[in-house]
Each structure stands twice: as C-alpha cells, then as structure tokens.
Ligand binder design. Structure first.
Ligand code: AMP
Length: 198
C-alpha cells in the first residue's frame, strides 16, 4: 500500500521545490515526482510522445487526460519507497474525477492528503517572470513568459474552487501558506507529511 500526497499550487507557488527538498530529507521513506518535470523529461527524450507534449507545454495548455494519467499512475507504481509526493496534479475537474475512480479501484494507493501551496497571483507572477529573467540564454523554460504565465494562471484558477471543495468534503485538503521563506514552507510541509506517515 502506497501513501500518496498530491500537491497543488499556482505556477510559481514553489510546490516542486518544496516537495523535492522534503523527499531529499527522507530518501528511505519518501519519493517526489513533479508532473511538469516528468513531462519535460519526455520532451527532452525527443520521442513522438514528447513532441506532442511540448505542443501543449509551450502554450501553457494542459496535456490530454490519458497522457497525464498514464504518467502519474506509472510513477506511483514504480515508486521505490512507500510514500509518494506528486506535485502538479490534479489540474482540472476531469483529472480529479479520473483519479478518484482510479483510487477507488486500486487498493494499493491510499490518497492520504492533498496539499495546496497557496500564493497570491501577484507573488506567482513576480516569481515566474523573475525566473525567466534569470535563466541563461537557451536554458529557460518554453513556458516562462508573461503571455503563457497568464494562460497558466487562468487554467490553474478556473477549476480551483471545485477541487478545493471536493477534497475538503473528503477531509483531505491541507492548505499551506506559500508566501513565506522557502525554509518556513518546507518545514511546515515536512511536519505535516511526517505526521501522516509515522
Ligand atoms: P509545471 O512545471 O507544474 O508548471 O507544469 C508545466 C506544464 O506541464 C503545464 O503548463 C502543462 O502544460 C503541463 N502539465 C503539468 N502538470 C499537468 C497536469 N496535471 N495535466 C496536464 N498538463 C500538465
């Protein structure tokens, strides 16, 4: 049985950095996967699937449901340790409902909590556009620019309330204030996750 934590947050919320630092602290207990990183790895491989994925990522659009569901289910099944953090899922009501069906059928996955790293749009914008300005030429992400940021933010915000309500009703939603220092956010998330697995 694997305990699963889903981590959601706006672009620039810091969710990927937070989760990877926590997993690094407890390598025997926790592993972390970021949906964005897994998709970008497929793009980098140069496969046909990667080319299809890049056509969505570069526009800030969501990749199709079957691609993202296969990506996360395969990550969970191959996880080498019993507790898994996945950030960047769900990002739509459709994804949430699809995963609910999978969790109901799949006795090996225990959805333990959904953590929302909450930041205002202004903070998210400042962080993402700052990240774009700091990237070396050719090294930045194809989706870190203002026009694509706006689309990513809209896509994040539109289903958010439905996602929050769904997991609140199940007693699974845990909100973390992401506007503090990285150390504070990580310490908070770390304490919460450990309280659920020990
Ligand atoms: P991120 O690194 O989390 O900002 O994600 C970068 C991009 O990867 C997103 O803008 C989407 O194009 C794609 N992506 C990441 N997670 C998902 C998801 N759950 N569903 C669909 N597309 C996703």
């Amino acid at each position: 049985m694997k305990k699963l934590f889903l981590i959601i947050g706006a672009p620039g919320s810091g969710k990927t950095t937070d989760a990877s630092l926590i997993a690094e602290k407890h390598p025997e207990q926790l592993v972390h996967y970021s949906t964005g990183d897994m998709l970008r790895a497929e793009v980098k491989s140069g496969s046909e699937l990667g080319k299809e994925i890049e056509s969505y990522i570069s526009r800030g659009a969501l990749v199709p449901l079957n691609i993202i569901v296969d990506t996360i289910v395969s990550a969970i099944n191959h996880a080498p340790v019993p507790n898994v953090l996945i950030d960047g899922y769900p990002r739509s009501v459709e994804q949430m409902e699809a995963f609910d069906t999978i969790v109901a059928d799949e006795k090996e996955i225990d959805l333990t909590a959904v953590i929302e790293v909450r930041v205002s749009e202004a903070v998210a914008r400042e962080r993402i556009l700052g990240r774009a300005a700091e990237a070396a030429p050719g090294e930045g992400r194809s989706d870190d620019n203002e026009a694509v940021f706006n689309d990513r933010m809209t896509i994040y915000t539109e289903p958010l309330e439905a996602i929050q309500n769904f997991y609140t009703d199940k007693g699974l939603l845990h909100v973390i204030d992401g506007e503090r220092t990285l150390e504070e956010v990580v310490a908070d998330m770390d304490t919460f996750v450990l309280s659920k697995i020990q």
